[in-house]
Design a protein around this ligand. Sequence first.
Ligand code: DHB
Ligand code: FE
Length: 282
Amino acid sequence: MAKIIAGIASSHVPAIGVAVDRGMTGTPYWEPLFKGFGPVREWLAKLAPDVAIIVYNDHANALSLEIIPTFLIGVADKFAIADEGFGPRPVPVVQGCAPLAWHLAESLILDEFDMTIANEMQVDHGLTVPLSITCGQPPAWPFRVIPLCVNVVQYPPPTGARCFKLGQAIRRAVEKFDEDLRVVIYGTGGMSHQLQGERAGLINRRFDTAFLDGMTKDPLALTRITHTEYMREAGSEGIEMVMWHVMRGALEENVAEIYRHYHVPASNTAAAVLVLENRSAA
Ligand code: DHB
Ligand code: FE
């Protein structure tokens, strides 16, 4: 039986990827952020999962604004790196896990989550930056990846509660898969940030800290945060945090916080990484 063994929440700020790719992680601006990633990499290397389900949003790179799936799953054997305007990031191609991805697509749809299926798709910074944060710069990514996209770009995005329920359905589906795969799930995006308009540059440490605490203490309360509250408290792009609920819903009720790192700013964003393990595993 396959099993979800841990969850990772991670920001996906594109400039973090640029800092890695250009060897700038030791500069005075970036060092305090990157120092905090070391323990996550050590933990993950030791955990050595077989597959990662990475929940992220495409930023109009693979998907244009012509067709906007609310939830999408990538079932390909590999995913090329998107060119976001400066050429594709110089990182390894992402290897997929088609058998588990197809099983997830089937189980989720029969479980009444209407997934869009992507047979071919490029992946953008939403997926590759969390990989860089948690794996560094290996010659090949150390596990297979199932991309799962959530629309947070075009109103209306799904609610946090719906995302949490999708996570619960993912866990049910994974546990019905015959092969003994050890699976981790990433929720990416956030934390507080607003990239445009009068409030550009908004950061809300109080909101972010309560959100990080709530992931362990009372995740269901966090799922009741409305879109308006995200916008008001965490900025327009803070809505990305609904994707953390997919990750949290896929874990057991009782989780242990293994590690957290919160740093302001990375580009225009409050950046965080949070590691959760099921209590039954910890
Ligand atoms: C930034 C953050 C994001 O999450 C993103 O998708 C793009 C830009 C930023 O802070 O620059
Ligand atoms: Fe983003």
